[in-house]
Design a protein around this ligand. Sequence first.
Ligand code: FMN
Length: 438
Amino acid sequence: MDMRRFLLWARGEGMLREVEGAVDPHLELARLMSGLDGKPLLVPQLSGYPGWRVVSGVCAQREHFAAALGCGVGELIPRMAEALERPKIPPLVDQGPCQAVIAAPDLSGLPIPRYHPDDGGPYITAGVAVVKDPRLGRNISFHRLMRLDERRFAARIVEGRGTHTALTRGGADLPVAIVVGAPIQVLLAAAMSPDQHVDELSIAHALAPIDLVSCHTVDLEVPADAELILEGRITQAVACEGPFPDLTGTMDRVREQPVIEVDHITHRCDPVFHALLPAGMEHKNLMGMPREPTIFSEVNRVCNCTGVYVTPGGMSWLHAVVRIDKRRADDGRRAIEAAFRGHSSLKHVVVVDGDVDVYDSGDVEWAIATRFQADRDLVVLRDQPSSSLDPSASQLPGEKARTAKMGLDATIAMGERRSDYERVSYGSIETAAHGAED
Ligand SMILES: Cc1cc2nc3c(=O)[nH]c(=O)nc-3n(C[C@H](O)[C@H](O)[C@H](O)COP(=O)(O)O)c2cc1C
């Protein structure tokens, strides 16, 4: 589902918030996005950037992904797992809307927002970088991009991942295409971390069909229905990147990061710029959701897993709830260990029975309150590799962060009488018929 179809769908569903009048991409836009976090937003005009519109909140709810993939919310995990297992190469077509207009290669003409007064500069936050690794092939992933001047960005490129591996292998400039306003299935695939030789554009095509077009100046392919394409090179030069808000909602520090030089810009007619609020729901969903199928697969190896939710309260990264169909006494404990294997940055996990709604934190807490005994059901793992995003983890320069991990088995203990643990039901009644509508 490309941005245009998403906007039509969200408007049709009555979800789209459309503001009136022009909004300033310098700070004002971010305040609006923050105030409406969780909802799709269309800004029809931007002060200083005639002809551009801004969309945000594209990935802010699971329903949006379900609509893009043509499935129910409950089917998202199996659909992601299936696409990860069986990627499909997308077709290459001769032309696409993303190349309808060739613009001057001048980044000051793009409505790149500044989100926070302390930011190092204006930032592209929903840019998906396409590169080709000479050995491993095509790779796509998100990289936040801080505009340095009319032609250059400083790009946050985390060490050891696909883009970084490709950049360090050649020792020379690495051709790159940055896709802004990518179809939703491309955004989701870009946030996944399959084995490095797996092409995430093929995962996107397996999630929902896409077409690709060849770039004009680099030997790379991009989604034909994207809004904006920046073609250029990731150079061996570095510049200061940051500060900028991280997933945690706290300021990330300044680092020396690779410089990208932009040589060629194309976009759709009447282009829509996708802005993603750092630490907002869109950021959280894109981080957490792709970990759910990997946790699901690992837990399924040891017992029957029926649901996984990487919860927004844990920054959609550090906490998960796993639902199992418990058959053996130690299934809960085995599910905890498997969940940590399925997402190595996971810090705390709660395992629940099939009658608990993983998306309802009150229901999960009820299961902990009524089914969990700390001296019997708690798993604590000491000194584990962890996420650099956790400020309480021990972080030594140049080394992977370390943390303690905790799993709570909040399933009904084997041998207990189930009915003692089940919620009573009062049956349903038509409240409106009694003049007491909800
Ligand atoms: C919204 C969003 C923003 C991200 N920003 C960055 C970033 O600035 N730098 C980075 O290296 N990874 C970033 N990531 C993570 C990468 O996209 C993610 O690790 C990707 O799955 C890596 O893929 P790869 O292992 O195939 O390279 C971001 C992810 C999301 C969802």
